[in-house]
Design a protein around this ligand. Structure first.
Ligand code: GLA
Length: 705
């Protein structure tokens, strides 16, 4: 068999057949030895043709075609006013550049060109794919769907997907992948809390530490569709792309449409392998810090501390208290601009409220800088309140459909960034604020979904997302040293495309440490800790009404890009000591947390969970063990710690424990005095855990001796 493309990393191989028709994945999994007679192997093994089916057999290519008798979801759907709806492509040219391959394909009858781009990153094991369709005809082509398709092996039989809502992001659920298929659709116009564009598919019962698993993530901050299916012949595939509305994309002669990039990775070491590959990819290929190598500064965000109640003199007191507890970046959240006294007005009027700030922002910024901190400010640039000067001047800038009433969500509308004047206005306001003041950080929020977005008489989800990217890009071009956080009512807009332009995401508006344990665990499948915003909130959590001590809140917020979100000026001395302790601890551990390999442990009891980080050289690790709910059993279980060096001896000691030991007459001895254990024992035999109080956690440090 000729024309086999064989891409390798240290651990993964991808074999693609590229002959006359669209390319097809023959193998994707654990690295194959080279020169093992691949050609003859695949010749002999592939494509038996069952009875009562297409006589020549069918191929699930990187863009499946109905035209070839494949009765599954096609990779491309569209038409030219009814015609050219079932294209059939042939491969014209294959070009390789290192680990990247470009397949150029044509259908002369339908006058369409399709380019399939694919790259297996040798340093991260992540496969990037995207497709571009170009209309080579002389009339418009109405595109309904263009999506990435990857054929999976038959042992990929179980799905883990993510769901959520405001204050409850990144929840996981499992499902069998069978003939009924699996569809995940997002129509909310942002990445969404509800349908995070990521999915894991693997061997039944794959776990954190074992099993063959494939991980997928679509880098797109708008509508999307994931479709996985076990076909009637037993083959399995995953499709992921943008979900287009009717008429949303019409390609004029010569015009192109490209899919968002699908990021995929394989591991035979369970979910930890997947997330470590994804984290490496985010670190090396996605996130760009304005000042690489700079430590991630600890935040104070004013939101839950003062909400809309901005008094500059009081804020200065907060700044001083923040500095005392060790904060390094002070961010004024919502409420600083003209007329913004609650969430019912003023979005769009991005001018400092001079009634609240009669002396401007400068005295506060000076105070922040005098205390050795950076200053950050909140914006929600894509929005417009019906009660705003901007709306009164330009009601036509609202993103809507003529002839229908637009709903409000959180009392606000969306600004149509596809109108050049609206785009320029908001860019101008951001530019002016960032030029006038020394603002080093933007919290860029987006607090509502798109409903009936129409522009130029067409559905305009796609256009709005593209315009948003352009807006952030332009802001960054003009202010390259400003760091940007992506926030959308918490974790409603985080994906690899937005992370190419931002350096942090706000994982959730829920600062309840117990909820955060699950939310941060869910986010950890795709995102490394240094970009995951995690704050210590007030003792009485504002979104759940639960109370936790500073230790449980501190241990939980430690595993991320840490901050506090409360009013330190009003906090008790005891609380403040707690914040200071965890901020100091975070600073002493962030070299490890923000560069090491993150792992989750498989815990035997569902009421507890454990995660940790091992340094790249395996000389140091930190482990968190959390008791989420009342222990079912009188004794806890051992936790196996993956990723240490089996040959090395480690000193194991407790750093912090938020639980009182009321459940234990005798604790495991390593809790009383540091113990020495080998990496092999810790991984294979594990560490016997104590029984902790529900809603508490413990922090353990491991250091090579
Ligand atoms: C959203 C964000 C919060 C806060 C508020 C301000 O809900 O997620 O963190 O910034 O907006 O209105």
């Amino acid at each position: 068999m000729s024309n086999l493309i064989h891409l390798n990393t240290d651990t993964t191989s991808l074999v693609i057949k590229a002959e006359k028709s669209l390319p097809e994945i023959l193998y994707w999994g654990k690295r194959l030895p080279e020169d093992t007679g691949l050609d003859t192997f695949f010749e002999a093994n592939h494509h038996p043709v069952p009875q009562a089916r297409i006589d020549t057999g069918t191929v699930v290519s990187l863009c499946p075609e109905h035209a070839r008798g494949l009765f599954t979801a096609p990779g491309l759907e569209g038409c030219r006013h009814g015609d050219d709806w079932t294209p059939e492509f042939s491969l014209s040219e294959t070009t390789m550049d290192g680990h990247r391959v470009r397949f150029l394909c044509h259908d002369p009858r339908a006058a369409l060109q399709l380019v399939i781009n694919l790259g297996l990153n040798p340093g991260t094991d992540v496969l990037e794919t995207s497709l571009t369709l170009t209309n080579q005809g002389d009339s418009g082509y109405q595109l309904r769907k263009l999506t990435n398709t990857l054929l999976l092996p038959t042992h990929a039989r179980e799905i883990m997907y993510f769901h959520g809502r405001w204050t409850h992001e990144f929840q996981t659920e499992r499902k069998k992948l069978d003939r009924s298929g699996f569809i995940l659709e997002n129509r909310r116009g942002r990445t969404s809390h509800e349908h995070f564009p990521g999915i894991m598919i693997g061997q039944p019962n794959f776990s954190e530490t074992s099993g063959k698993v494939y991980g997928f993530h679509l880098g797109w901050s708008g509508n999307h569709r994931f479709h996985a299916e076990a076909m009637s012949d037993g083959r399995r595939y995953l499709q992921a792309g943008e979900l287009l509305m009717p008429g949303e994309v019409e390609l004029a002669p010569g015009a192109s449409y490209s899919t968002p990039t699908l990021y995929s990775t394989y591991s035979n070491k369970g979910l930890n392998g997947i997330s470590q590959n994804f984290h490496r990819h985010v670190r090396r290929e996605i996130v760009r810090f304005p000042e690489p190598g700079k430590v991630r500064p600890v935040h104070l965000n004013t939101w839950e501390g003062i909400y809309f109640d901005h008094d500059p003199e009081y804020i200065v007191q907060m700044v001083r208290s923040a500095a005392e507890i060790g904060v390094e970046r002070f961010i004024i959240d919502d409420g600083w601009f003209r007329g913004r006294n609650d969430d019912k007005a003023a979005l769009g009027d991005w001018y400092l409220d001079e009634q609240k700030y009669p002396r401007g922002l400068q005295p506060i910024i000076d105070c922040v800088k005098d205390h050795g901190m950076e200053f950050g400010l909140w914006f929600e640039p894509e929005m417009i309140s019906p009660d705003s000067d901007l709306y009164r001047a330009h009601p036509e800038w609202m993103l809507h459909t003529d002839g229908y009433d637009q709903v409000t969500i959180r009392n606000q509308y969306v600004l149509n960034l596809q109108i050049p004047e609206a785009f320029d206005y908001v860019l101008g306001r951001l530019d002016s604020m960032l030029s006038e003041y020394d603002i080093r950080y933007i919290k860029w929020d987006m607090n509502r979904e798109l409903v009936q977005p129409t522009h130029n008489h067409r559905a305009a989800f796609h256009g709005q997302v593209q315009a948003y990217y352009r807006l952030v890009d332009e802001v960054r071009k003009r202010h390259p040293l400003v760091e940007i956080e992506t926030c959308s009512g918490g974790g409603g807009r985080v994906d690899y495309e937005v992370l190419k332009r931002t350096q942090r995401f706000w994982a959730s508006d829920c600062n309840d440490a117990l909820e955060r344990q699950t939310i941060q665990r869910g986010a950890s499948y795709f995102f490394p800790l240094e970009i995951t915003g995690a704050h210590i909130g007030a003792k009485l959590c504002h979104t759940t009404g639960r109370q936790h001590n500073a230790d449980f809140r501190g241990i939980t917020a430690l595993f991320g890009h840490m901050g506090v979100e409360l009013d330190p000026a009003r906090a008790s001395e005891e609380e403040k000591r707690g914040f200071a302790k965890y901020i100091a601890l975070h600073k002493s551990l962030r070299h490890l947390l923000h560069t090491g390999n993150y792992f989750r442990c498989d815990t035997a009891h569902k009421e507890s969970q454990a995660w940790g980080v091992v340094s790249q050289d395996q000389s140091e690790a930190v482990l968190m063990f959390a008791q989420l709910a009342m222990p079912e059993y009188a004794m806890s279980a051992t936790v196996l710690i993956p990723g240490l060096d089996p040959q090395k001896q480690y000193k194991v000691q407790v750093l912090e424990n938020s639980s009182s030991d009321i459940y234990m007459k005798r604790c495991p001895p390593w809790m009383v005095e540091p113990a020495t254990m080998s990496g092999a024992l810790l991984e294979q035999v594990g560490l016997m855990m104590p029984v902790l109080q529900p809603e508490s956690a413990m922090l353990i440090h491991l250091e090579e001796i």
